[in-house]
Ligand binder design. Sequence first.
Ligand SMILES: Cc1cc2nc3c(=O)[nH]c(=O)nc-3n(C[C@H](O)[C@H](O)[C@H](O)COP(=O)(O)OP(=O)(O)OC[C@H]3O[C@@H](n4cnc5c(N)ncnc54)[C@H](O)[C@@H]3O)c2cc1C
Length: 381
Amino acid sequence: MSVYLNDEHRALRAAVRKFVDEEIIPIAAELDRENKFPLEAYRQMGELGFLAPSVSPEYGGAGADLLSTALVKEEVARGAAGLGMSINVCSLNFCHTLEMYGTEEQKRRYIAEVASGRKLASWMLTEPNAGSDALALQTVARPDGNKYIVKGSKTFITNAPLAEYFICIARLPGTKGARGGLQLLLERGMPGLEVGEKFDKLGMRCSPTSEVFMEDVEVPKANLIGAEGQGFPEMFKTLDAERSMGASTSIGVMQACLEASVKYANQRVQFEKPLAEFQLVQEMIANMATGLEVAREYCYKVVTLCMRGRSIIKEAAIAKLFASQMAVRSALDAVQIHGGYGYIKEYHVERFLRDAKLGEIGGGTSQIQTRLIAKEVLRGR
Ligand SMILES: Cc1cc2nc3c(=O)[nH]c(=O)nc-3n(C[C@H](O)[C@H](O)[C@H](O)COP(=O)(O)OP(=O)(O)OC[C@H]3O[C@@H](n4cnc5c(N)ncnc54)[C@H](O)[C@@H]3O)c2cc1C
């Protein structure tokens, strides 16, 4: 039992788990096979207050803490990791950014629509030539009277095929590096804004992903989030919350791997004994449980530190690096424990493996996390 959770956290976890068991797990394989987002279940989650627990009630959230958001993400990822990822973009990248830096009018107009599940949102940083090197982004927002003219393209954008709202990270003309950034709110239907075809991905297939193109999109200055030119520092500040629970999806996948492996190892008989009696199988299960417990408790610690306003650069990177590596390892072992059955779709663990891999790529790759950790440690932090 975690030392970081209180009774409310535990009650929320139980409620989300029940919903996921009843509404998500039974359709997870179909969503994966058909590359389909579970819109109906998503809207139900909105009605139940699961989508943006930490958003203030004034704007349609539940007014809970960030740890509650991490718990929801983890429990949803246990059923369908892609859904957890899509929710994360809506609740943290979109709602949390607006709550921190949006104007009162922006908050009232947009947050409740997303927190309730009525609308989906995207958050657009990555570009074809700016992935790990995010500050190399080239999307330009040129001021022109009371609007910006936005030109550029974004790629790997979660939710874009279904999103109504898009936070776009751009820069002022002639600026470089961390200077001149802006966060702008774009809406579907703005002339010049085009969403590409849904990508056909290895994993996380129920979360729709695509490119987004902006060809001289006229964005009212009223849609600027935060201060003109301060977009990058502000973005990094809002991303702290997102980063603090970057490990949650991997933790949810690990939990799914462990549950499936324990069940199968107890049922499957070879050499007249259940697999669970073979020490080499027990070792894989023990490794999974160890990775899961350590990753989970450390992730809760990082989220708790973030809630207390502490710097979590190194800690969040450690949590994400460790959890994503352990999730891939757990998923590989889960396939191994299932033998030939693990290699076919009916048994789900091959999906866990495909989903787990994204943890080592999205939101900053394992190499980038490693670099961050080394930099912080070498600076004596
Ligand atoms: C399914 C999915 C959903 C995503 N959702 C979003 C989203 O909603 N919004 C968004 O903005 N982005 C999103 N991303 C983008 C994601 O964050 C990037 O893919 C990721 O940051 C890596 O960038 P890249 O793909 O350009 O890889 P690259 O940066 O080109 O990296 C390629 C390889 O080189 C390595 N590498 C790069 N630089 C270094 C270095 N300095 N030292 C050592 N190794 C290095 C990387 O670790 C990696 O192994 C998503 C990606 C995916 C796949």
